[in-house]
Design a protein around this ligand. Sequence first.
Ligand SMILES: Cc1ncc(COP(=O)(O)O)c(C=O)c1O
Length: 425
Amino acid sequence: MSSSLVKRHERVYAPVITWDSDLEIVGAEGAWVSDVEGERYLDFACGISVVNSGHNHPAVVAAAKDQIDKVWHAGGAFRYDSLVNAAENVLEVTPDSIEKIFFMNSGAEAVEAGTKLARKVSGRQGIVAFRGAFHGRTMGSVTYTTSRAKYRQGYHPLLPSVFITPFPHPYRWGMSEEEATEHALLELDLMLKHEITPGEIAAFLVEPVQGEGGYYPAPQRFMNRLGDLCAEHGILMIHDEIQTGFGRTGTWFASDHYEVKPDILLMGKAIANGLPLSAIGATAEVFDAWEPGSHGTTFGGNPVACAAAAANMKALADLIPSTPALSEHAFARFEEMRKSHPTIGDVRGLGLMIGIELVKAGTNDPDPEAFAFLSQHARENRLLILNCGPDGNVIRFIPPLCVTEDELDTAIDTLDAAITAYETI
Ligand SMILES: Cc1ncc(COP(=O)(O)O)c(C=O)c1O
């Protein structure tokens, strides 16, 4: 970004967002973006796992443009077909337990709606969330968010009757997956013994793969135990798939990898490939408890965003079948790199949601400076990446699903060179 634009930006805009770079992007296509100087960058930041179909997917752009010429806002005053088309198309790909949908604007808003719905339906107050989770920044959603204490700092008191219990983090805890699961389940049992009875819990709110918290997939046994508790005590299962949804993990939803299915599914980010849209899905029975007027929205289900979403489901249907092979290729390469780079402590994830944890060589101590170095080195070599994890030391490897194997290799080679440079400083 030109220095004058940075100055104008800083003069008028709240400083609260951490901008990952000063690049001024003026064009985007597929896995690539181009800046004002005409330089092209492989964009593996992917708008934080939003442009899963690739930037400016032609069919999605065409659907949005077509809708703009017809009607672009309704606000509940009348009905329009793009909302119904989007609902039908999204419901075709959600887990079978999901029968109806409701549209909103952002992920945090979906989290608010999903947890409000769970309280309303169950008549209970308790919400159980998991340490390391990210669910958003609004007052309710930040109460459930514990990926970093900083996100909550200065905002207390948060919502009451929210209980946080550990999510298995095997690598960080220096444990095997089995041991970490055992430990997390023990803590859950202790919580149910000492803090809240299962009969007072409205819902478990869980990311099947923790995102911002460091790209930790939930172990099967952990999810199964939550599912058993739900069945036994009438607790609702809310899956936050705002980051994991729409092909990111190699299937439409991360829930597809698990036996336990959600009663309420939270969606956002990639649903409309970049236009602001989010949704909650639920069983018809759950939604029936939400009588008209007990929740609402002005912009939710915007006609243009819905038209984009409907077209995006078709675009994703073409891309998702290739995701597992691309994932396997990337994992194999990262595993190979791990053998020769002591800075790589762990490689984990599902599909094209891969976390590469950077540590101080010979330890498992987080190394955030390594990420800072790598990110700059990668940018100088025309690759954009983000981080995650409470220490900011995990590379968040999230290419758009339209990425080719050659583009994947280019990005991985760039990271390999950056790590080599870091290790030889
Ligand atoms: C799992 C998860 N839930 C909720 C959110 C909040 O979404 P938004 O930023 O659209 O409010 C995010 C955003 O990163 C997320 O990853």
